[in-house]
Design a protein around this ligand. Structure first.
Ligand code: ZN
Ligand code: ZN
Ligand code: ZN
Ligand code: ZN
Length: 606
């Protein structure tokens, strides 16, 4: 997991806390850090008041809603074009740590947990009743500090309750967030001055800090777009099964970023400062879990052809080694295996040498499985996620790969790239840039998508065989989501497999759409029919290898290449749609037979 180290400030608090804890671990009411450092945990870095409607920024920092920098319209971004992503601002923390500098307003949600914690501080520290200082103004502590706003040293009398006293100063706006040289007098009774406030505060805060997934102290706090905070590991686990927030059921859209998303700095600091011992124990326990998870990141590999996320793959499994493999997959808990393409040209790949298969592949989840009487099987699987094989070993004749997930960059990064790449376009002397001749790099993401949609529409009108009804029956209509469209397009478009393969290693929607537009342009110029290649020219890649039927061979780069290729195209694609129909029919028949057999078997039972 990408548990980022605590920020420097938290580290400082941490070491102070650790020292204090080592000296006396049994007394929970001991103040492990100075009173002002405790109050600082809920102080706004901009206005220095206790946070009011805290917003969690995408870089992991927090400010009051009213302390956000000036909001402005964002330009040069067409994807994703939601209303809530149209406004943005330049962040205070730009250039530091994880902050990219520019944030989208839609990415800054109210931090539900932190709002609650600010209330807890208020409840415990503001309602502490009559304190001795109201009786005797000379009793209690005096505080001295240097404000970042004033040149002269500051001082105040804060009564006998240190935490409450400092909290009052903060609420009055007298003690700023960046105060330094803080001194308490009399120094020797500081521990006493903490009184019961710290114990009560700690207890009240602890009640709020349980993760609602694992019911333990939140580890590596990650805040979702809906403002709820969980352990990073818990969010990752939830996302394996659904894309909804476990608390409010809103859509998360985090599956690709859950490992890289910055932690919630504020909540993390609070946990580290107030519960250093507990979080230490949690972390030790978690490291064990993580390594266990690590071992499980191996997957059986089916070396055949290309599969893509969200798209179905149809397999006829007849080779004995893959029969063994699929039986094991079906007995496994998650029913997943990896699909990788043959390394036909014997390419040398990093870490794999001249392995039989290509490095990037797709995790497939078995959706339907029909066992034929002779041990062969028909499988319909759907693409779940992408991976890169790091190393592999053989098991009973098939490959087992150690894999690393391949994910898209966060949406904010996606937007940044688009605005960066397209901004050079606007600087061109001629504003009327012809989309057809512009390099895909310079086109807005939405326009790239539109070019592909127009191409599909045109081909449909012309009755292109690769958009035959049977093809659409298997792969569905063209997705309206630009993030998913390229997977569909690559599944149905007749194109060299080697070319489609590059799609698997992309890490942004924009990158995929640029690739798609290059294919569209090649197709329109019929360029690819003439380019010499060793690749197999197929549409239904899964069939070509797994059903052992090769559709159409690569056209030769001879002088009559264009003519021949066109002929081959029309000959090759009609049978393919037929084969798909036959496969589905076979599948349905086999299912019916199995159902009848099961019914018969049940009837025979006493
Ligand atoms: Zn503020
Ligand atoms: Zn920021
Ligand atoms: Zn948790
Ligand atoms: Zn939620």
């Amino acid at each position: 997991t990408a548990s980022s180290p605590p920020p420097p400030q938290a580290r400082e608090i941490l070491s102070a806390a650790a020292t204090a804890l080592n000296s006396d671990e049994t007394d929970d009411n001991q103040l492990p850090l100075p009173a002002h450092s405790v109050i600082r945990l809920i102080q706004c870095p901009r206005c220095s008041l206790p946070l009011r409607t805290p917003l969690r920024l995408p870089c992991g920092n927090t400010v009051c809603k009213s302390c956000l920098p000036p909001i402005r319209q964002r330009t040069g971004i067409t994807y994703p074009a939601n209303d809530e992503r149209k406004e943005g601002f330049t962040c205070y923390w730009g250039g530091k740590d994880t902050c990219s500098g520019e944030h989208c307003l839609g990415d800054c949600g109210t931090d539900v947990l932190l709002s609650k914690l600010v209330d807890v501080f208020e409840e415990v520290l503001a309602n502490r009743g009559a304190t001795p200082d109201t009786v005797d103004p000379d009793a209690g502590f005096s505080l001295t500090w240097r404000s970042s706003l004033e040149s002269t040293p500051m001082n105040a009398r804060i009564g006998c309750d240190l935490l409450g006293g400092v909290y009052d100063l903060v609420k009055q706006g007298r003690f700023d967030y960046n105060a330094s040289d803080v001194g308490y007098a009399p120094e020797d009774s500081v521990q006493q001055g903490v009184g019961q406030s710290f114990g009560r505060l700690r207890e009240a805060v602890r009640n709020e800090l349980d993760c609602q997934v694992c019911y333990s102290l939140i580890l590596d706090p990650l805040t979702t777009c809906c403002g709820h905070t969980f352990c990073r590991g818990c969010v990752a686990m939830v996302l394996d099964h659904s894309d909804l927030c476990p608390l409010c059921r809103r859509k998360l859209n985090m599956s690709s970023t859950v490992r890289s998303e910055p932690i919630n700095n504020r909540v993390s600091e609070l946990v580290e400062a107030l519960f250093p011992a507990q979080i230490g124990t949690r972390r030790e326990g978690y490291t064990e879990d993580a390594t266990r998870e690590d071992k499980e990141r191996t997957i059986p590999l089916f070396v055949s052809s290309l599969s893509f996320p969200t798209m179905p793959t149809f397999l006829h499994i007849f080779e004995p080694r893959y029969r063994t493999m699929i039986q094991r997959v079906m007995r496994s808990r998650d029913k997943k295996f990896g699909m990788v393409m043959y390394n036909r040209s014997g390419r040398l790949q990093q870490g794999l040498g001249r392995a039989q298969f290509m490095q990037y592949g797709t995790v497939l989840l078995v959706e339907r499985f029909e066992l034929l009487p002779d041990g062969r099987s028909l499988v319909i699987a759907s693409g779940v996620s992408r991976f890169k094989v790091i190393s592999f070993e053989m098991l009973d004749g098939y490959h087992v790969g150690r894999i690393q997930r391949v994910d898209d960059i966060p949406i904010s990064e996606e937007e940044r790239q688009e605005s960066l790449e397209t901004s050079t376009t606007s600087e061109l002397p001629s504003p009327s840039v012809d989309a057809a001749s512009t390099a895909p790099e310079r086109l807005p993401t939405q326009q790239l998508f539109q070019i592909a949609l127009d191409f599909v529409e045109k081909n449909r009108r012309e009755g292109a065989t690769w958009l035959h009804q049977r093809v659409l029956l298997a792969y569905g209509e063209a997705p309206t989501d630009p993030a998913l469209f390229p997977w569909w397009f690559a599944s149905v478009l007749p194109l060299w497999e080697d070319e489609k393969y590059h799609l698997l290693s992309t890490t942004s929607v924009r990158e995929r759409l640029k690739m798609v537009v290059r294919w569209v342009r090649k197709s329109e110029s019929r360029e690819w029919y003439l380019s010499p290649s060793t690749g197999v020219f197929t549409s239904f890649t899964p069939f070509s290898m797994s059903v052992s039927i090769s559709f159409g061979s690569a056209p030769s780069p001879a002088s009559d290449g264009r003519h021949r290729a066109q002929n081959e195209e029309s000959e090759a694609y009609i049978p393919q749609t037929l084969v798909l129909g036959i496969f589905l029919a076979l599948f349905a028949t086999q299912m019916a037979i199995n159902v009848v057999q099961i019914r018969r078997a049940r009837r025979r039972e006493p």
